[in-house]
Design a protein around this ligand. Structure first.
Ligand SMILES: [Ca+2]
Ligand SMILES: [Ca+2]
Length: 297
């Protein structure tokens, strides 16, 4: 009897595993093109191109060699170093999260949010975020507001105690939305109405903050080290997890199921709403994968 039960549960497991992969098209894999520690992918909906931020070296290094690539939705490279820290007049050390608002591309870069013309890539100044150690994700609201997370790490990923979420008001100055180690090393941000959905690299949580309020209790995914977050039209989320080497899907209050696996160090995922694709930078493998979201998943 025990044997039969084991056999049945093994069968059930196999069926589930098949269901998860059924109909999932192979991703487009962009590799061996010169990416260097890609952290974030963003769909520029105006140009209809994907932007990839490349740290190029240490995530903490002020080496002015970071760059931003432009790639076509078919996976071909349009410009590997569209914006290049190595160019004269461009400062870019270790670019991470990106967002576009009001014709400007905002890029998180250690303790600055740098701005570039979203059409030409020309530098448009920077906002220094006083006291920040590890600015990570950028999120934009439909009203043009811009937010940035500080994951609160010093070199070597030691806690710096600077965990925070800031608003970059009028592209000129940072104001605090939330602050403190209870934020659990916040990483990915998503603006949803008056709230910001936060996923954390430290505590492995998904929670919500709004200005002047305590963070919500939140939920934990099964595996942690969460990096990027995407909001789907049906208000579900996609969340990347280094712990699971996967992308999770679920409502902010959970539960979450995996929609793509076998993704080592999946950093800040992007979303192509037009094609219903999620875009995954593999931080350590110097690869970007383009995945079709299966509606049945
Ligand atoms: Ca660098
Ligand atoms: Ca990130």
């Amino acid at each position: 009897m025990k044997k039969l039960k084991l056999l049945l549960s093994a069968l059930a497991f196999t069926t589930l595993a098949c269901a998860a992969n059924e109909g999932a098209a192979d991703p487009i894999v962009v590799q061996d093109v010169g990416f260097a520690t890609p952290e974030s992918v963003l769909h520029d909906t105006t140009a209809d191109l994907y932007l990839v931020s490349n740290i190029n070296g240490s995530p903490f290094g002020t080496d002015d060699n970071g760059f931003i690539s432009r790639i076509s939705p078919d996976g071909t490279v349009s410009a590997l170093k569209w914006i290049d820290g190595a160019s004269d007049g461009v400062t870019l050390h270790a670019p991470k999260g990106m967002g576009i608002a009001g014709g400007l591309l905002y890029v998180a870069d250690i303790d600055h949010v740098r701005m570039f013309d979203a059409t030409t890539g020309a530098p448009q100044g920077a906002v220094r975020v006083e006291g920040a150690t590890f600015l990570n994700d950028i999120a934009t609201g439909s009203d043009g507001s811009v937010f940035v997370s500080d994951s609160g790490f010093n070199d070597g990923f030691e806690p710096s105690g600077t965990d925070a979420i800031y608003e970059i008001a009028a592209g000129k100055k940072a104001s605090t939305v939330a602050r403190g180690e209870a934020l659990g090393h916040p990483n990915g941000l998503l603006v949803r109405g008056e709230e910001i959905v936060v996923v954390t690299f430290g505590s492995g949580e998904v929670y919500v903050v709004s200005a002047g309020a305590e963070r919500s209790t939140g939920v934990k995914t099964e595996q942690g080290s969460l990096d990027g977050v995407i909001g789907l039209e049906d208000s579900e989320l996609l969340v990347s997890s280094w712990g699971a080497e996967a992308v999770y899907r679920g409502p902010a209050e959970g539960p979450f199921t995996m929609v793509a696996t076998g993704l080592p160090a999946p950093a800040d995922i992007g979303w192509d709403a037009k094609r219903q694709r999620f875009l995954v930078p593999l931080f350590k493998a110097n690869i970007v994968q383009i995945h079709q979201l299966n509606r049945l998943e």
